[in-house]
Design a protein around this ligand. Structure first.
Ligand code: ATR
Length: 299
């Protein structure tokens, strides 16, 4: 986007993202869109920060009065020892994606769970007492599993290629919540989920189906989706993955990962600025960023 920045003044609050690389991050677009939408005197920029400079980078940012930053790869875990406090959700996930300035340093947050929660709330998808299948056992699955357990899902099934990784995730969730949670091998997912009866929500967290491997889906059988009410895929390139296409042709409601991308950013923006962004505003912000994103995808 070649567009002159016209709103930055001496009074402007500065927020940003630290990571390496950060050049292609969409976070500056999202946060500056939020600031413009809310008419805030605020600018959000990308800082490439090397791992060995993490501490000095944080000290410098604090000295410069930078109120908050997103944290991305490779710093999401590495940053934790340099923080002065950690929010409960970040402690549960064991990774940080946003930090907020305090008097003596930065407090770490993880807004992935909040982003996923807003995604489902805004689509009127409820979790309490529902039957949920989660594909994958990585970081995104951890956020999904913790959210489902926190919101008292009736049954959670972790469907994953590696049984060990799935069991580790299950143990992790059970450390915090008393959940009805079990493992299902991918090869047997139809039988396993069939035993569970109707599936209210499927949360796909693996990278399977992501561009350029768009012909792949973690599950390709229509029979699986015939039992599914809502299908969420954390992937959003392509906009509609094969996973979501199969779900849609079997009449499931579909949601892609763009919502989670936007709403985890909205949650961070709320934390940095001590505000609440109403649902309608969040949806308007999402649509503004979506317009930009889809235009960029075309070019
Ligand atoms: P993230 O932190 O974004 O969730 P991750 O930690 O790399 O990403 O997790 C990737 C998850 O996707 C893992 O659960 C992985 O399965 P394994 O635990 O068996 O490794 C799953 N995954 C990735 N590629 C996959 C593939 N081709 N088929 C099946 N599962 C896959």
């Amino acid at each position: 986007m070649s567009q002159a920045v016209t709103h930055v003044r001496g009074t402007s609050k500065v927020l940003g993202i630290i990571g390496n690389p950060v050049k292609h991050s969409i976070s500056p677009i999202i946060h500056n869109t939020i600031a413009n939408y809310l008419k805030h005197d605020l600018v959000y920029v990308a800082f490439r920060l090397e791992g060995e400079k993490l501490k000095i980078g944080l000290d410098g940012a604090h000295a410069l009065g930078i109120d908050g930053m997103s944290v991305t790869v490779p710093h999401k875990k590495a940053v934790i020892p340099f923080l002065t406090s950690l929010d409960e959700g970040a402690a549960q996930i064991g990774a940080v994606n946003a930090i907020k300035k305090t008097d003596d340093g930065y407090c770490g947050y993880n807004t992935d769970i909040m982003g996923l929660e807003k995604t489902f709330d805004n689509e009127s998808v409820s979790i309490e007492d529902k039957s949920i299948v989660i594909f994958g056992a990585g970081g995104a699955a951890r956020a999904a599993g913790l959210l489902a357990a926190k919101k008292n899902a009736g049954r959670i099934v972790i469907a994953n290629r590696s049984e060990d990784n799935a069991k580790n995730l299950i143990d992790h969730i059970l450390r915090y919540y008393n959940a009805n949670i079990s493992y299902a091998p991918l090869s047997n997912i139809i039988d396993e989920s069939g035993k569970a009866g109707y599936i209210d929500l499927v949360i796909q967290t693996t990278s399977v189906g992501m561009h350029p491997n768009t012909d792949n889906s973690i599950v390709e059988d229509d029979v699986f989706f015939q039992n599914v009410d809502v299908a969420f895929d954390s992937v959003y390139t392509p906009w509609k993955t094969l996973f979501l296409s199969i779900a849609e042709r079997n009449s499931s409601k579909i949601i892609n990962g763009f919502d989670m991308l936007i709403y985890q950013a909205v949650a961070a923006y709320e934390i940095w600025n001590d505000i609440y962004i109403a649902k309608d505003d969040a949806i308007n912000i999402k649509n503004a960023v979506k317009k930009y994103f889809l235009k960029e995808e075309d070019t």
